[in-house]
Design a protein around this ligand. Structure first.
Ligand code: FAD
Ligand code: MLT
Ligand code: ZN
Length: 469
């Protein structure tokens, strides 16, 4: 497309959403065309900010007609490059569509526009005496639309499920501008294919999510949190087994290594370790005392865990300040790693009972890996999701670090097929893991996915190059 054509495109877009809602300033575009990954080329043509579903539809109709590619964009906290625009695409941001539209306290639902942040939805639910279950450290910035497009997992999946389990209805605009209204509020609806599921986790490659109805629930009662110091990974799985067998409602079961802990203590403001002595592994265990249960669920659970000798030390939060302090040791890992050095992220998942054997193989790979790359483990281990982060010193060359850490990553990914594991539990494939899809999806599955993409977006204008070419 020539410069002349660009100016025609921009003036058409300005007519559709208003002059001030089309951004072309190069330095602003470097931010708007990028997500948290910050390793890919960023070069969008413009960013547009529609205010209504009708405007989203009009923008897509225009782009479809003129073969212009579109990258849907939410809070840009994605970790797979899904919201990166590197080839003169239009960034379509949902930022101006952030209304919380209705909270239904009888049917337990909340309806909002896709640009509402996770935290805004959580707060609106709490204000109505209810609870929205998806939770992640990026809650202040991540959008509901982004959570839906990535099928975000987060910190409470073990109890409440991920984003998919929270979605009751969806409104989506298809690549040609057609509005597909699937925004029902029905708990039960067996009337043919459940089309909304196709868009959840589709990473913006099939359409733009503009509105959603989400599931709410009564607030959990008396939630308690503890940080446990543990000697081995095997003991972590022993603790999870004990929790399961005691009939306790676990609302979170997260882990991190002492290397991750040290990095948080170094970089997160006000962070302090709750223990006298450091240990190789830590678990953040959150439980809910259910109705009819005697108080002290956490204490009696920990007594049993200590009696088995699978936990060295534990601290239970005694008040809301300590509750936040213990959680911050886990929630601050991502930001602290970024402050520490160059980071390459991945988020694999395995059947939980295979984690032990996998970790043994992983340890052998860690020993073989270059000495200037630190391997930091943490994650949602209660649901089989392990975050393996490769970290290199800021003083090292960024490209060289990416190359070297990629070699380690490839060896680790190659271990996954025999466990029927996944190269992405929750962050998605985006640009980052396109080459790795083959490690967790068969040729038949990939062919089926491509056929769906071609059916919904035959011209390939919707987030091109994400998931697959
Ligand atoms: P973006 O980054 O803007 O976009 C992500 C993808 O969704 C892109 O492919 C984009 O094209 C598409 N998209 C965005 N909006 C729409 C829309 N309206 N319609 C169609 N497609 C759209 N993820 C987890 O799963 N669990 C975690 O615990 C977690 N913790 C995190 C903690 C930190 C500190 C950070 C930085 C990230 C974390 N993430 C986590 C990753 C990220 O926050 C999630 O993937 C989040 O859901 C992305 O939402 P977003 O609005 O920022 O999306
Ligand atoms: C997390 O669990 O904290 C997120 O998925 C972010 C990350 O992997 O760094
Ligand atoms: Zn995670």
């Amino acid at each position: 497309m020539s410069k002349h054509d660009y100016s025609d495109v921009l003036s058409a877009l300005r007519k559709l959403v208003g002059d001030q809602h089309v951004v072309t300033d190069p330095s602003e575009l470097q931010v708007l065309g990028c997500d948290w990954t910050k390793i890919f080329t960023v070069d969008p043509l413009a960013a547009v900010f529609p205010a209504t579903t009708g405007e989203v539809s009009a923008v897509l109709k225009f782009c479809h007609k003129n073969h212009i590619c579109v990258v849907p964009s939410g809070g840009r906290t994605g970790l797979a490059g899904g919201a990166v625009a590197g080839n003169k695409e239009i960034v379509l941001s949902l930022k101006r569509m952030a209304k919380i539209e209705a909270v239904d306290c009888v049917g337990l639902t909340i309806q909002c526009e896709a640009g509402a942040t996770t935290q805004a939805v959580q707060e609106a639910a709490l204000a109505a005496g209810l609870f929205f279950a998806l939770d992640l450290a990026a809650k202040g910035s991540s959008h509901i639309g982004g959570n839906i497009a990535t099928n975000a997992g987060g910190l409470k999946l073990i109890r409440y499920g991920g984003m998919r389990e929270q979605v009751m209805g969806l409104e989506v605009v298809l690549p040609d501008g057609t509005i597909l209204d699937m925004n029902y509020r029905l708990r039960k609806n067996n009337t043919g294919y459940d089309l909304k599921q196709l868009f959840i986790g589709s990473e913006g490659t099939l359409g733009v999510v503009t509105r959603a109805t989400l599931r709410l629930m009564p607030k959990p009662r008396n939630v308690q949190v503890a940080c446990l110091g543990v000697n081995s990974f095997t003991d972590i799985l022993g603790i999870l087994t004990r929790c399961n067998q005691e009939g306790v409602a676990i609302t979170a079961f997260e882990f991190f290594t002492d290397i991750a802990h040290g990095i948080v203590l170094k970089h997160a403001q006000g962070a302090r370790t709750p223990f006298q002595e450091r240990m190789p592994f830590y678990v953040i265990l959150e439980v809910e005392e259910g109705p009819g249960q005697a108080s002290g669920v956490m204490e009696s659970l920990l007594e049993k865990i200590f009696a088995e000798g699978i936990c060295v030390d534990a601290v239970i939060a005694q008040n809301s300040t300590q509750f936040k302090e213990l959680w911050s040791l886990r929630e601050n890992i991502t930001e602290s790693l970024s402050a520490h050095g160059h980071v390459r992220k991945n988020d694999i998942s395995l059947p939980i009972d295979q984690l032990d054997s996998f970790i043994a193989e992983l340890e052998a790979e860690i020993v073989r890996s270059p000495k200037d790359i630190e391997i930091v483990l943490f994650g949602h281990i209660g649901d089989g999701n392990l975050h393996i982060n490769y970290v290199g010193p800021n003083s090292s060359d960024k490209k060289d670090f990416q190359l070297k850490s990629r070699q380690v990553e490839e060896r680790i990914f190659a271990l996954l097929p025999k466990y029927k594991g996944s190269v992405s539990a929750e962050h998605g494939i985006g640009l980052l893991k396109k080459k790795d899809l083959k490690f967790s999806r068969s040729e038949v599955e990939i062919k089926f996915m491509r056929a769906l993409k071609n059916m919904v977006d035959p011209d390939g204008i919707m987030n091109p190059g994400k998931i697959f070419e």
